[in-house]
Design a protein around this ligand. Sequence first.
Ligand code: 5GP
Length: 348
Amino acid sequence: MDNEADIFYRTLPKVELHAHLNGSVSFQTIEKLLSRKPHLNIEHSMTAIGKGQRRTLDECFQVFKVIHQLVDSEEDILMVATDVIKEFAADGVKYLELRSTPREERNTGLTKKKYIETIIKAIQQCKNDGVDIKVRFLVAIDRRNGTEVAIETVKMAEEFMLSSDGLVVGIDLSGDPMVGHGKDLLPALQKAKDCGLKLSLHLSEIPSQREETDLLLNLPPDRIGHGTFLHPDVGGSQSLVEKVLKKKIPLELCLTSNVKGQTVPCYSNHHFKYWYKLGHPCVICTDDKGVFSTDLSQEYQLAASTFGLSHEDIWEHSQQAIDCIFAPDDVKQQLKQKWIDMKPQVFK
Ligand code: 5GP
């Protein structure tokens, strides 16, 4: 939406649970990357979708490929991750779960292990610098890469879960929904679940995934990314909805991303309305704040103005998101206390 959000939404303490690292790179950080790599001839218009613009989902995935060219070394990842964490903190986010797909790059000697280590380093550096935000990491599986890579990714994630002092908490399943099938990834996802990694799965992002969603919901995942076509009004089914409701699986909802990526025709038709009315746990998120030119405060304000939510409704919404995080109960308690402490300041 490319507007500055009101002070209420900025001051509101927030939880961000669905943020892809390379989709979250700001204009300012892209500027620094462009100056590091002028030979690539990449322009800003190739890395972000601005105000009033729309793209097909396919075009959105092309944008990620451009950003990946710009972020291909340990040094780049450290800068990008540090900048993204600080930007979320400056936007009033108190708890962030970042997700990213480990990549190896022959040119720069980057390995998948180094990739994850570097993000953990960025999280630790921000903590040591006193940035007021708690950050956890989800290792992402790109569905395009099939069974073997998925299993390898889960293995790495498990190792880091055990060695990162609680910073690596789960697995994300993402990537182009038009490619691959969840049944090929099921053994890897089951293994992840069995070893204690939490699962956040992109499900029903496009209409043709009913069968896959039904299968993956049996795991069940701990959270669902998007879930745009789950409900019957848009070609999903009541039985899918029942499964989600019965297992109380929270949804991560990203308004601007879905409208700009054209899986949702307009804000007022966003499935936020469907789930919110049912009182089902859902969490407003950004998805890719850099690519979709937004931030979490703007997303909250957008939800409020589109669906007629009061400041008190929005407060409750941000507070209930704490129960959906993957970090353990002591972290939830600390966050709940923070919300109590901050309330007078936000409503003054
Ligand atoms: P990265 O994993 O490189 O940090 O972030 C970019 C990647 O996140 C993309 O290449 C894609 O795999 C995934 N991603 C970002 N946004 C979306 C989205 O809206 N839907 C899906 N399915 N994947 C996404």
